[in-house]
Design a protein around this ligand. Structure first.
Ligand SMILES: [Zn+2]
Length: 330
């Protein structure tokens, strides 16, 4: 029976209440430390080499193997995460998109986060969005009417009311890519800042920081060039995204024999996986929620858990995800 590995996903890790955007959804440093203690108690941290070997049958992982992965290249990861992992001898896997580091552009997904963390009221946000959609229609973009869009997309979510769900769905995926980027950018300039470069400098790691992390044994993996939904792109653009990632990682001195790819939004398809494999990618991680099985056929679509699936206190009752691996024969 193949082994398993709990690959855990992190995004923002910061003392939220002490930042300018306390409404950003993330893990506090205190809770991150608590979660590390919990994991150290119940899991064994493993490395990329061990996972790759296990996937290809040449090594077995301990039954309670775990890996920590950090998406999007936030500066949080360098300042708040890396020193702790380094001290504890844990190898973290970090996935910075090229354009955030090299061009100091703020990813659309982050623009949306900070717009939502900045607006005073949902009403104001909704009015702003509708006004921008109206303008796009005047400019000739074919977009459904505001009423039809709202009718289709506004449903109450687990944590958000229908208005907020509407805005998130519209801006994250539903509008066609070009007008979507335009609206997101416009809202970001209006509600957050018109100095995207300065904002990106404060939000993302630098090349030097990534080099330091790599020298200390951290894994730097691919997260594409521009953080788009790669499953929706034609093959030549998929290839561009992967080639840019490869060139970026090479320039950081990452060994490209068996590198690891994290698909933005977890979105991948057959052609993308083929391009990745052709470029020497040995492992791909997604956003599907499950404990990963170490099987060669799964290597390019490894599911992960989210930090929210696990406790943030060493003495907490084990979560169902932990009980699940403890049940398996050693
Ligand atoms: Zn991402």
């Amino acid at each position: 029976m193949p082994g398993t590995c709990s690959i855990i996903t992190y995004h923002y890790v910061r003392e939220l209440s002490e930042t300018r955007y306390p409404r950003i959804c993330g893990l506090t440093e205190t809770n991150f430390r608590g979660q590390l203690d919990y994991l150290a108690r119940h899991y064994r941290f493993v490395t990329l080499d061990e996972v790759l070997d296990a996937c290809h049958g040449s090594r077995e992982l301990p039954p309670n193997a775990a890996v920590l992965t950090f998406d999007d290249g936030y500066l949080d990861h360098y300042t708040n995460v890396f020193p702790l992992l380094d001290r504890m001898g844990i190898q973290g896997w970090f996935f910075p998109p090229v354009c955030a580091v090299d061009e100091r552009r703020v990813l659309d997904v982050n623009k949306i986060h900070f717009v939502l963390a900045s607006v005073e009221s949902t009403r104001e946000l909704l009015d702003s969005v509708f006004a921008r959609l109206d303008r796009l229609r005047v400019d000739g973009h074919e977009i459904e009417s505001n009423e039809a869009l709202f009718e289709r997309l506004a449903v109450a979510g687990r944590f958000d009311g229908p208005e907020l769900v509407f805005v998130k769905r519209l801006l994250q995926r539903e509008l066609p890519e070009r007008p979507r980027a335009a609206v997101v950018d416009d809202l970001f300039r209006h509600f957050v800042t018109d100095d995207e470069t300065a904002f990106a400098r404060e939000l993302y790691v630098s090349r030097d920081q990534l080099l330091t992390m790599r020298r200390h044994g951290m894994v730097i993996g691919g997260h594409g060039y521009s953080h788009r939904w790669l499953d929706t792109l034609p093959e030549d653009q998929q290839a561009f995204e992967i080639e840019s990632s490869v060139a970026f990682l090479e320039s950081l001195g990452v060994s490209m024999e068996r590198w690891v790819m994290c698909y933005p939004y977890g979105a991948h398809n057959e052609s993308l996986r083929r391009i990745c494999a052709g470029a020497g990618c040995g492992l791909g991680v997604t956003t599907e929620t499950a404990i990963a099985r170490m099987e060669t056929s799964q290597a390019l679509e490894m599911p992960r858990l989210d930090t929210n699936h696990l406790p943030t206190d060493a003495s907490a009752t084990p979560s169902p995800w932990t009980i699940e691996i403890q049940k398996q024969p050693a």
